[in-house]
Design a protein around this ligand. Structure first.
Ligand code: AMP
Length: 116
């Protein structure tokens, strides 16, 4: 059996975390090492390791995550200016192999290394 991800352990109550949003399919927490003044993680309860591991059956879930990211950003007060990031694979900086959307806000945009 593959080991449970840290995010599965959080949703199962095995690791404490501040859950700021939850529904039947996903939940959002504050990132423990924020890279922006507002840095939330939106995580499907289904432990899909990487975005590329999502299957045809997961399409509705992926759409739900996008729509919910907007709601969570709005509730966090960054509805007018936020960024979503998904790191896919270790080469892209993924460290937790349970799909998650980074929701970032309250930062100056346009000043990262890519000029975004
Ligand atoms: P990634 O590098 O894209 O896989 O992002 C994983 C994120 O999870 C990082 O930004 C970490 O700071 C964050 N993280 C790891 N452990 C925890 C935790 N226990 N609670 C909240 N965020 C966490």
């Amino acid at each position: 059996m593959t080991e449970k991800s840290i995010f599965s352990r959080i949703i199962d109550g095995e690791i404490p975390s501040e859950i700021v949003y939850q529904d039947e399919l996903c939940f959002a927490i504050k990132d423990i090492a924020p890279k922006a003044p507002t840095h939330l993680l939106l995580i499907p309860k289904k432990p899909i390791p990487r975005l590329i591991d999502a299957e045809a059956d997961d399409q509705a879930l992926l759409g739900h995550l996008m729509a919910t990211a907007g709601k969570v950003a709005q509730a966090a007060g960054i509805g007018d200016a936020f960024r979503l990031i998904v790191n896919n694979g270790a080469g892209a900086g993924q460290t937790v192999f349970h799909l998650h959307l980074h929701i970032l806000g309250n930062m100056i945009m346009g000043e990262d290394s890519l000029g975004f």
